[in-house]
Design a protein around this ligand. Structure first.
Ligand SMILES: *Cc1c(COP(=O)(O)O)cnc(C)c1O
Ligand code: SF4
Length: 344
């Protein structure tokens, strides 16, 4: 094991150490999971534009010897990604037309999304960000000032959403500096983080993170991203406790994924496990039609049928909203799923 490198006289945080140890070579991951690389379907064909990345702790939640494990399927670069499917495009959600300043996306009223970094702790194969030209658009530290003056100059903005990539890929020094600058903008009320890191790298929630969360005057919301109950083990639940103790709202968004969570039982277990971890289900997204991800997609009518079953099993507060991102729409588009009541 490589010991953590000292940084500014301090030891590097444990999470950075864990991140350096993440799986990046497909054969290493297969060996760890005791999967035979010659098995049909394990041809890692699609690494060129979006390499493999899986933290060890996340891989530890996968079932060994199971090529259909729902966590493994989310990260494995299968040969199916190379299929060019008509209608599946590079910029599926129209973000590139909406960037006001470097890294600032203002699509919806009252809230802006700041693409704080392009980096993620895990690479999810279904993700639309895989084609996003981060090198041009991300608000690198020295490029935050135009975005910040843009926010400061528009009093209609009440909420800033830190997104990416994964905003928690940034160091706590950088995040503390950014959040202090946001604190100083009087019309801002809320800070939201869209992050998958507490799920895939629970070590990320540490004293340094909590220190700047304690300092901000902004009401804080975390929108986490888990797609399957098996992602939420006891380590994740425990890591989230300090956020819950601080009254930080924890929500979750999932993506509906063929072969991973496309049945009512799996979705019900996910909602129940989220609640056991102190998280409320927020959105269930229909897949963005992004090139290379068509094999994960589900037709809308199947999703609607799933929601009907789910609604008959769960309390209303554990039912996520079924949504799709439609380019140019003023909000996420809610997909209705209720059958009209039988007429008497
Ligand atoms: C999804 C998204 C939001 C947040 O939408 P909510 O419905 O408030 O969760 C904000 N800005 C952009 C650009 C988004 O894509
Ligand atoms: S942005 Fe989220 S969904 Fe996409 S690769 Fe990163 S962690 Fe995964």
């Amino acid at each position: 094991m490589i010991p953590p490198q000292p940084q500014n006289g301090q030891r590097a945080p444990l999470w950075q150490h864990e991140l350096r140890k993440a799986f990046s070579r497909p054969l290493d991951l297969l060996a760890y999971l005791e999967l035979d690389p010659t098995t049909a379907g394990l041809d890692a064909g699609s690494l060129r534009d979006f390499p493999l990345r899986v933290p060890r702790g996340f891989a530890a939640r996968m079932r060994k010897g199971d090529a259909h494990d729902p966590l493994f399927l989310q990260v494995w670069p299968s040969a199916q990604e190379r299929a060019a499917t008509p209608g599946y495009v590079v910029d599926a959600v129209g973000d590139l037309q909406r960037v006001r300043e470097a890294g600032l996306i203002h699509k919806y009223q009252g809230r802006v999304l700041l693409v704080a970094t392009g980096a993620c702790a895990v690479h999810c194969r279904y993700c639309f960000r895989r084609h996003f030209p981060y090198s041009e658009q991300l608000a690198a530290r020295d490029r935050w000032s135009p975005a910040l003056s843009d926010i400061a100059g528009d009093a209609s903005i009440e909420e800033v959403i830190l997104s990416g990539g994964d905003p928690l890929s940034l160091s706590d020094d950088k995040l503390a500096e950014l959040v202090a600058a946001l604190d100083a903008i009087p019309h801002l009320k809320r800070l939201r983080l869209h992050t998958r890191q507490p799920i895939v790298l629970p070590e990320r929630i540490d004293e340094r993170l909590l220190a700047w969360l304690d300092r901000t005057r902004l009401q804080t919301v975390f929108v986490l991203h888990a797609n399957h109950a098996a992602e939420l083990d006891e380590q994740v639940r425990t890591a989230l406790l300090p956020l819950r103790q601080r009254g930080i709202m924890l929500l979750n968004q999932s993506v509906l994924l063929r072969g991973i969570n496309d049945d009512a039982q799996t979705l019900a277990r996910l909602s129940e496990r989220l609640f056991a971890c102190g998280i409320l289900p927020y959105y269930l997204h229909l897949l963005d039609r992004v090139q290379g991800a068509a094999h994960f997609d589900l037709p809308e009518d199947e999703a609607q049928a799933l929601m009907r079953v789910l609604s008959s099993r769960l309390p209303g507060y554990l039912l996520p909203k079924l949504v799709r991102e439609v380019a140019g729409a003023p909000a996420k588009t809610w997909i209705a799923w209720e059958r009209s009541a039988p007429s008497s």
